[in-house]
Structure formats: C-alpha cells, structure tokens
Design a protein around this ligand. Structure first.
Ligand code: GDP
Ligand code: MG
Length: 597
C-alpha cells in the first residue's frame, strides 16, 4: 500500500457520546459490512462491553475509501478503551495513529473523560478533528459545544464536523476530514522491521492474536520475529487485517496496522507496547515508552460455596489467558476458606473480572474489601509493597507507610457542587482548582486512591444524580497516618474483615462495621461481643444479646407462616455458616459487611 494513502486514526469520546455508533457508520459507509450485519455494534464485541456501553479492548478496522479527489485511501480506524483503568492501552493505541476524531455529544458537551483522552492525543502530536455528534437531538447545541471545545480544550473548533451517527448525517464529511486533515504516516520500507505491539488477545481458533502498527520495514508471513522487551522469537504464521472480518495478507508495510498470529499460547507473552523486529535483521533500538502495567487494586475472591474452589481456579486461569494485566495468587482465609488474591488495573477492571466470573463461569463469589498497594517502610530501611492487610508487619517494626494518591478531574453541574466538594473533603481530598465552564464546575482534586476504591464513584454518581463525570491518574505515593483495623467476634479475629484505613477514619469505619455485624450475626445462647481494634486497642464495640428460648414467639408473635419462613431460612443458612470459635457467622454477614465499603 502506498504510504501516502494511509490514514490511521482513533476515535476519542466520553462514554455514550457515540463513538461506537460512529465507528459502525464509517464501516458501513465504506462497504465493510452490509446493513444486516450492522444490526449488532461491531466494535463492542464482548457481552459486558455491550451492556455497560464501554469498550475494553482496542480493536481496529481497515477500511477502503475512494475520496472526492478520486483517489483510493486505506483508513485504519482504531477503537480505544474508554476507561481510565486502561489508560496505558489507550496510550499505545494513540501512539499507533496520526490523528483522532474527537466526538462530543452536541447536547452534553465536553466531559471529564473527553478531556483526559484529548490531552493524551495532543501529547501524541495528533491532528484532532472535532466531530459534534447527535445534532439530530432537539436539545443539541452545536454552537455552544464548539465554543466549549475552544474554551475548555483550547482546540480550534471552527471547522468541526456536525454529525448524527445515529441518523447518518455528516458521515461523508467525517470521511473527507479524515483524508484531508489527518496526515499520512511516515516510515522506511527498507529499514529493519520495527513494529509496535498495540494489543493482544486470545482467540479460541487463532490462539493469541497480535495487533501491530508497522513503523519501519515489512512484516511478512513466515518471518522469524523477535519481541524486544519479551526477548522471545516466534514464527509468524498469519498476517492480515480486520475489515472487520479477518482478511489474510502476505505482508504489512510501513504505516500499516494489522494483525499477526505466531503460535503464541498466552497473551502474557505478547505484551502491549513491546517492539517487534526481524529476528534475522533486528532493529538496533526498541520503540520508546514500553511499560509493564502493574495492578493497583487488590482484593480476595472466594467462592461462596467452598466446593466451587476448583471451578474458580479453572475459570481464573482461563480469564488470565486473555488478560495479561490481571494477576492472582492463592489465598486462604479462616473466614472465607480457599480463594485467590487478585490484582486489577482499577475498580472497573475488578468489576469486569468479577462479573465475567459470575456470569460466564456461573460462580457465586465473595469479594473482600479492595485494597490499594501501600509502601511500608520498615525501621531497618527496607520497603515492602503491601497489597493484603493480612500481611501487615508488626507496627513496632514500621517507620512509616506511604499510600498512592491520584489527581481527579470532576465535571459537575452547579447545583450539585456543594455535595461533591463535601464528598471530596470527607475523603481527605485536597482541592487544587475550581473553574466554571458554562454552568458547570470543573474541579481538580488530589485524593488518596484508598478513599476512591471505597465506593467513591458510586457516591459521586448518586449525589449528582448521574451528572458528574470523573477521571483520574496516579500521582505517586505519599506518607499517611495509616493503620490496620481488625474485627473480632467473640474475641476471635475475623481475617476477611481486616482493612487498612486512615487513623482519623478508623473509628467511624469500625463503629459502622460493628453495627453491621451485630445486625447480621444471629443470636446465640450466649452473649457475643463484636469489636473493632487497632493493634490491641478497641475502638468500637457492640454486643449481641444472648438468645432467649422463646425468641421466635417474641419476635414474630403468632404469625405462623413468618415463623416457618424464618426457620426454613435458618435451615438453609446452616449450610452457609462459618464457625468462628464457638460462634456461627452466616456467609451473608461477610458479604453484606464487605459490600458497605
Ligand atoms: P459510545 O459509548 O461513545 O461508544 O456511545 P455509543 O455509540 O454506544 O452511543 C451511546 C448512545 O447514544 C446509544 O444509545 C446510541 O444509539 C446513541 N447515539 C449515538 N449517536 C447518536 C446520534 O447521533 N444521535 C442520537 N440521538 N443518538 C445517538
Ligand atoms: Mg462504545
């Protein structure tokens, strides 16, 4: 392919602004698919993605387009993941392109995620084409949104394309803008092969599929290729492109985006950001920016039914085949039995894995409270990375603890600003900036990640009736007054409920936890104390009174059906009880206690 006729671009947008719909339209308009095949959104091909309306894995489609200048062009449309948890994957996808369509909803305007992604795109020196979408809506205000793009992002929006992906308005203009405004890639076909590994995923038929962007040289079928960071050599057995159906090709040249397979068994061997070169004639330097992604949020996953442990193990291994960023190791808990300690890129990633395990693999799971990675600095000068409260060393050996912080950008309509400020303040936030953009506040806060993993996002959405948008990036570790809080039931430690908290928040959390456990644990024939403690010091306590023989009569009067229901429930519950010393704690108690965050 003539390099001057290639255009590589991605689409950046806030969730729901119409990225997938526009992508589908572009595919349809260039003949990639028939109308019937378009009934399903093409790029969002995972069930969960579709339901949540988010894109998790980047996908690329190669389109043929005859422009108004009469020449034939190859357009590579790259879909990027739409969530902060996958920021590094977004960054690699953007690095594979020369330009981006910035899709902004004509009624909603610029949102927090739009900003985060557009800044990344600007960092990659992209030519950015603003597309104001959903102009068919009665509430559309394209002129206001144009002004907002200029004001907030500082991007010239005078020649923004007005479109409706849904009704098919402006699609031709979008295609022309891609050809005329986004520059062609540059590259040297005679140089040694240098290709970026943009993405990899596991396919049941093809094995590991690798998405590549060729920078220099030519990648051919049958070539021995070398992964420079992974330091491994593989034989390329397929080379091709998605149109969006698979099309095999003999080779890919400079500027092209396509896929290869090379009999690789696990995605962990084909890491995003690695440089692929010719094993026989290697490039002398790898592409810049390779980064090994590290999980930032950890939690324990346990089967509700201990008999499901083997099934959980198998399912987790299968998921790992397709997700190199997810980590796990076995964990045992006195409260919850055998399970796994798992690491995730963020909370959404955690939810996705959890959901896939319960949905695709039909597993009923308990998730322990999510924990971030703490740096524990010991008196002897050593530093230990802690991602499980259970591994916390003896406090006398600790000099200080550092926790990860983030910088968050929040967009929120004026009327909810007060509640959002309070939420951030309650979560130990430090306000950095507050500006107004057309009736909405743009807030910048520094927050401890620890405070964000506990239901921050849900709270933000509920206090703003869903109108606030949120985006964040990590800004490093800072010292904090952090302690391990433990929960004791009848003087026995319940390991699954231990958590690391800021000293100032410990008492409130402890009290809350004790109150919840008091409601959740059934009465026994003796009194049961429930305590929250830091080290040996009790900070909160509740007591469950002893059971009196006539309890069912007392509680439920003469209503026999309710009484029977209660007894049935107890019988059923019996199977799911965990013995704690002499106390039986229903499994539901852990689940409920852990859910509250
Ligand atoms: P994404 O999250 O950015 O990929 O957004 P989607 O493409 O999934 O679109 C989100 C919602 O907006 C869907 O319900 C679409 O049908 C709708 N939508 C997309 N484009 C338009 C448009 O131009 N006009 C209208 N009215 N709705 C649209
Ligand atoms: Mg989408």
């Amino acid at each position: 392919t003539d390099i001057s006729r290639i255009r590589n671009f991605s689409i950046i947008a806030h969730i729901d602004h119409g990225k997938s719909t526009l992508a589908d339209r572009l595919i349809q308009a260039t003949g990639g698919l028939t109308a019937r095949e378009m009934s399903e959104q093409v790029l969002d091909n995972m069930e969960i993605e579709k339901e949540r309306g988010i894109t998790i894995k980047a996908q690329t489609v190669r389109l043929d387009y005859r422009a108004q200048d009469g020449l034939d062009y190859v357009l590579n449309l790259m879909d990027t993941p739409g969530h902060v948890d996958f920021a590094y994957e977004v960054s690699r996808s953007l690095a594979a392109c020369e330009g981006a369509l910035l899709v902004v909803d004509a009624a909603q305007g610029v949102e927090a995620q739009t900003l985060a992604n557009v800044y990344q795109s600007i960092e990659h020196d992209h030519e950015i084409v603003p597309v104001i979408n959903k102009i068919d809506l009665p509430s559309a205000e394209p002129e206001r949104v144009k002004a907002q793009i200029e004001e907030v992002i500082g991007l010239d929006a005078s020649n923004a394309v007005l479109a409706s992906a849904k009704s098919g308005i402006g699609i031709g203009d979008v295609l022309e803008a891609i050809v005329t405004r986004i520059p062609a890639p540059k590259g040297d076909a005679t140089a040694p092969l240098k290709a970026m590994l943009v993405d990899s995923w596991y396919d049941a038929y093809l094995g590991v599929v690798i998405l590549v962007r060729i920078i220099d040289g030519v990648l051919k079928k049958g070539m021995q290729i070398k992964f420079m960071a992974g330091d491994s050599v593989h034989l390329t057995d397929r080379v091709g492109a998605f149109r969006p159906k698979i099309e095999q090709r003999g080779e890919l040249g400079p500027g092209e985006i396509g896929f290869i397979t090379a009999q690789i068994k696990e995605v962990a061997q084909a890491r995003v950001g690695d440089t692929i070169t010719d094993a026989k004639r290697p490039a002398n330097a790898a592409l810049p920016g390779f980064k090994e992604v590290q999980p930032v949020v950890f939690c324990g996953l346990f089967p509700t039914d201990a008999a499901d442990f083997e099934k959980l193990r198998e399912s987790i291994y299968k998921l790992k085949l397709n997700d190199a960023s997810f980590s796990f190791e076995m964990e045992t808990s006195a409260a919850l039995g055998f399970g796994f300690r798992c690491g995730f890129l963020g909370l959404l990633h955690l939810e996705i894995i959890q959901e896939r395990l319960s949905r695709e693999y039909d597993l009923d799971l308990i998730t322990t409270a999510p924990s971030v990675v703490y740096e524990v600095h010991l008196n002897n000068g050593e530093m230990l990375e802690l991602h499980n409260p259970a591994d916390m060393p003896d406090p006398v050996a600790i000099d200080h603890i550092k926790e990860p912080w983030i910088e968050a950008v929040i967009f929120v309509p004026d009327e909810y600003l007060g509640s959002v400020l309070k939420l951030c303040q309650d979560r130990r936030g430090i306000q950095k900036n507050l500006t107004y953009v057309g009736g909405r506040a743009q807030l910048t806060y520094e927050l401890p990640l620890n405070e964000v993993v506990f239901d921050f996002y849900d709270r933000l959405k509920s206090i703003s009736r869903g109108y606030a948008s949120f985006d964040y990036h990590q800004i490093g570790h800072r010292e904090g007054d952090l302690v391990k809080m433990t929960v004791l039931v009848n003087s026995e430690l319940v390991d699954a409920l231990s958590m690391i908290v800021h000293r100032d928040a410990a008492e409130a959390r402890g009290r809350h936890m004790c109150e919840r456990m008091k409601d959740l644990i059934p009465r026994h024939l003796f009194k049961i104390p429930i305590q929250a403690a830091i080290g040996g010091r009790v900070i909160a306590r509740e007591t469950i009174a002893a059971l009196r023989k006539d309890v069912t009569a007392k509680c439920y009067g003469g209503d026999i059906s309710r009484k029977r229901k209660l007894l049935d429930k107890q019988k059923e519950g019996k199977k799911r009880m965990r013995q704690y010393g002499s106390v039986e704690i229903p499994q539901e108690a852990f689940i409920a206690a852990l859910r509250m965050g």
